[in-house]
Design a binder for this molecule. Structure first.
Ligand SMILES: *Cc1c(COP(=O)(O)O)cnc(C)c1O
Length: 391
């Protein structure tokens, strides 16, 4: 090649670098093509290729194909956050004036999306308890375009009656959207639960290291998926290549992290249930969980990495517990990290609710949520024993 010399661009990528073991990072915002015919071929699907990173980029494709393989619902798309995925699945598809039925214990921001944003388009939202199959089925049968639920709720780990919900959604001709963040595809696959669309906050267990904010959405139907992707591109809900690269790296160990975390969570739930300062434990794998039978049908074993428990001493007991846990068990408003983390729903995720509203959901001032990480099980049990001793 006989090119004029300039340090600006135009340098060939070295030969022999085509097959690095680790996925290359492609931060490029734009891709060069040979000309308009090549653009035609890419846009019309006759050739593979990338044009502009907001539309797609290789690191997003690599990550999406890995999550596709876990969920098995269809070819999904990675978005800039879990909320971006939920926004694309709802705002991007529901017609103005339609009705949506939503699980009453949805993630807090999802509730805000449905309460504060959808009504501007004349979309009516009806709330129903997803653990009451007959009740939510009746709400769905009242007519709706979409149903949005989570299999496992935050923080009390209640399990949605997916067979009843899926049957009702199908009979009503409604699109069933499942936020599978808490269960993860290793807990339950959205397709097996009858979902038409699955969304994830990749930020949580899938990426697993609390260093990226990303989401994922996949629809079973290719036309619906195309609508969701067009909306995501138009609104710029696109993820950054580096975040996708980090999340893909995190995903390599997801199965190992999940297995360790679930085993420790089960042991922790039993240990907490035996502790005098603890007045109640919620873990789907325990026979005293209100939805244990449904969880056995839909979820586990393993039963997940999340554990919820109540300290009988209320907020003062929580304060003493957290003080003693400091340095061993980080207090942080997220889940799915490699570290075991603690959250206090009454002052964080559910602070907008009244005391009575929280009580209906089974959340008090003494309620703590645990996201179990990958530490050795003994380390986690010892850290809890130490913190409980201070209560
Ligand atoms: C965190 C979370 C979300 C939102 O995901 P972000 O990546 O924080 O935008 C949605 N649903 C559930 C169940 C979550 O836990």
């Amino acid at each position: 090649m006989n090119r004029p010399t300039t340090p600006v661009r135009r340098t060939d990528w070295p030969a022999g670098a085509e097959a690095p073991l680790a996925t290359p990072l492609a931060p490029a915002a734009a891709y060069t093509t040979a000309g308009p015919d090549a653009l035609d071929d890419i846009y019309e699907g006759r050739a593979a290729g990338y044009i502009y990173a907001r539309e797609c980029h290789p690191n997003a494709t690599v990550l999406a194909r890995k999550i596709d393989a876990l969920e098995g619902l269809g070819q999904g798309v990675v978005t800039a956050s879990g909320m971006a995925a939920i926004a694309a699945a709802t705002l991007g598809t529901v017609p103005a004036g339609a009705r949506v039925v939503a699980g009453a214990q949805l993630y807090g921001r999802s509730q805000r999306l449905l309460r504060e944003e959808l009504p501007r388009l004349g979309i009516e939202v009806a709330w129903a308890d997803p653990t009451d199959g007959a009740g939510i089925a009746a709400e769905i049968a009242g007519g709706c375009a979409m149903v949005l639920v989570e299999l496992v709720s935050n923080p009390t780990l209640r399990v949605a009656d997916m067979p009843a919900i899926a049957a009702a959604a199908q009979a009503a001709g409604a699109t069933l959207v499942l936020d599978n963040t808490f269960a993860t595809p290793l807990g339950a696959k959205a397709g097996d639960l009858g979902a038409d669309v699955v969304v994830h906050s990749v930020t949580k267990l899938l990426a697993g290291h609390s260093d990226v904010t990303l989401g994922y959405v996949a629809a079973r139907d290719a036309t619906l998926q195309a609508r969701i992707e067009t909306f995501a591109i138009t609104l710029g809900l696109t993820p950054s290549p580096f975040d996708c690269w980090l999340a893909e790296r995190g995903l390599q160990t997801f199965e190992l992290r999940h297995a360790r975390a679930c085993a420790t969570a089960a042991a922790l739930a039993d240990a907490l249930a035996a502790a005098p300062a603890v007045s109640g434990v919620l873990y789907p794998g325990r026979s005293d969980h209100p939805d244990h039978a449904l969880a056995a049908e839909l979820l586990g074993p393993p039963w997940g990495n999340m554990v919820c428990f109540h300290l009988s001493g209320g907020r003062p007991a929580v304060d003493r517990f957290l003080q003693a846990a400091d340095g061993r068990l980080p207090f942080a408003a997220t889940l799915g990290d490699v570290a075991t983390t603690l959250a206090h729903p009454a002052s964080s995720s559910h602070r907008a609710l009244s005391v009575e509203g929280r009580a209906v959901l089974g959340i008090g001032e003494g309620t703590l949520r645990v996201s179990v990480g990958v530490e050795a099980t003994d380390y986690v049990l010892e850290a809890f024993a130490h913190a409980l001793a201070a209560v």
